[in-house]
Design a protein around this ligand. Structure first.
Ligand SMILES: C[S@@+](CC[C@H](N)C(=O)[O-])C[C@H]1O[C@@H](n2cnc3c(N)ncnc32)[C@H](O)[C@@H]1O
Length: 266
């Protein structure tokens, strides 16, 4: 079985379309795994079909889950100082989507920022990921001390409860976050509702350029004029105007009114 045949089978078995990911990087990771397991493509497919746990482990292995609280602090400072204030001037409520939320650090950081701005009770955060394992961890909201090392002690105390050596994100601040499994490579617009702010950070860097562009175009399509899209700091959008977006600071984009936007790519 060739690598191409393998990824077609994986698509059928797991629903994950590996063709959308950067090929060389993905192939190298998969070949490394198979070498470690001393197994070939065909036998691995059989294992994935028969063994649900092997399927989950494989998905976990492919989707890189690194995250952190206040990742790129200046982005959250900009959200607090500018974006949330802007949105609250124009909307009664802020609906936010954290797309590719991993183990919850991103949506919980947003919850802290919103509550610090007095906007907690006017906001809802939909937090999605393809990986059910990370979503389970995110829902528990349990973190180790080293994961909160850089957080200001005041925030740590207010938003977390320390129990038996772990920090738990407090329920009252969790309430505005709704976790759900969602594959960004499948049609999702019907599942996310109206939104004013989308964060998709450190997720589409792994996708091929054409897939990235399609995704950015879909995100932009979901935002009203004046809504915001936040990417990871290494995921710059080269020509934001093509997607109807205006760059405010690197990695933060605002949806332009339709009359000002260049024709979209889609
Ligand atoms: C590196 S983490 C980023 C977490 C967080 N956004 C941050 O910046 O800290 C990337 C996440 O994207 C998720 N992911 C990868 N492919 C995906 C897909 N097709 N649909 C939804 N989520 C996906 C992974 O499971 C992983 O949790």
């Amino acid at each position: 079985m060739t690598y191409q045949e393998f990824i077609q089978r994986v698509h059928l078995i797991t629903g994950l379309d590996l063709e959308s990911y950067k090929e060389r990087q993905m192939e190298r990771r998969i070949r490394q795994l198979l070498q470690r397991k001393q197994i070939d493509f065909k036998s691995f497919c059989e294992e994935l079909i028969c063994n649900e746990a092997a399927k989950d482990d494989f998905l976990k292995y492919l989707t890189i889950n690194t995250s952190g609280f206040f990742r790129d602090e200046h982005i959250y400072a900009y959200l607090a100082d500018k974006v949330i204030k802007d949105l609250l001037r124009e909307h009664d409520r802020i609906n936010i989507w954290s797309a590719g939320c991993s183990t919850g650090e991103e949506p919980y950081t947003l919850s802290m920022v919103l509550h610090e701005q007095g906007a907690g009770r006017y906001s809802k955060i939909l937090a999605t990921d393809i990986d059910s394992g990370v979503l389970e961890k995110a829902g528990k909201g349990c973190y180790q001390p080293r994961q909160l090392e850089k957080m200001a002690p005041g925030l740590k105390k207010k938003y977390f409860e320390y129990i038996d050596g772990s920090y738990y994100f407090r329920d009252r601040y969790k309430q505005i976050v709704n976790f759900r499994q969602l594959n960004l490579l499948k049609e999702f617009s019907k599942h996310v509702g109206p939104l004013q702010l989308i964060l998709c950070r450190n997720v589409f860097i792994y996708f091929k350029t054409e897939v990235q562009e399609k995704l950015i175009s879909s995100f932009s399509g979901l935002l009203p004029a004046g809504g915001y899209l936040v990417t990871g700091c290494t995921e710059m959008i080269n020509q934001p105007r093509q997607f109807g977006l205006e760059r405010k600071i690197p990695a933060v984009y605002r949806k332009m009114p339709a009359t000002l936007a260049s024709p979209s790519l889609s």
